[in-house]
Design a protein around this ligand. Sequence first.
Ligand code: MG
Length: 302
Amino acid sequence: MYSFEFQPYQRRFQTPLVTKHGIWEIRTGIILQLVGESGKIGWGEIAPLPWFASETLVQALDFCRQLPHKITTETILAIPAILPACQFGFESAWEELISPQPEPILASSALLPAGKAALERLPELLNYGTFKWKIGVAPLNEELEIFRQLVTALPAGSQLRLDANGGLELEAAKIWLGECDNLNSKVVEFLEQPLAVNQLAAMQELANNYATPIALDESVTGLPQLQACYEQGWRGIFVIKAAIAGSPSRLRQFLKTYQIDAVFSSVLETAIGRKAALKLAAELNHPHRAVGFGVEHWFVED
Ligand code: MG
């Protein structure tokens, strides 16, 4: 038996995060605490991302409110798949309680703001070797022009990830991939989710026809979607947002069985969720790829 308590939280971004999904100003979630009979404590975080097919904060709060004050391991393992952020939060709190570990230190990719602001922000982030930039937000020609400036501004040996959040038309995706392939250096590590979730076959064809690798993100939000894309033959990169991917133990089992090219990535969670996600990343992320957790500069100091 574990006693269970929870507390909702809000964290404001320094500047709103602009992506193809819209404008995001405040990160909201739930911090939960499990206390074992021996007095050991495990912290967990529920950090929903409903535009990535997770439950909403309201659904997560409703779930927490209907639980009794004392819960068991069975309660945790029976959380339904429609609440993937809850599955992650409860199970990672329980894992921390039974086997506490320090946060692993992993090379991370820094998230740049969309548009021209990326160029202004870059100088203060040069301690990172890998960067991620959101595309598909402004008109194509405008973004290509900023992209060329960004590539020139990056220190030698840097890697750049382009993330379209599923927002490109097929023709625009081809223009981006052609542009990336034509660069002399291999500066673009991958193009993330160029097309919408229902266009897996077209993304597979792009992956076959261009040298710049493609990563799936929105297509593989949870473990069932990850399994489905793998079964349909996807062998490119998988971006894994552990905090909304559901049960950590089931995710671990799947990734250990199939050894896919995985890049673990943040959902702008707090240090509690990040620690649990990085623990999985230390075991399961592709050994030569940075994890996507360079996001602290997005928050107001608190
Ligand atoms: Mg993405």
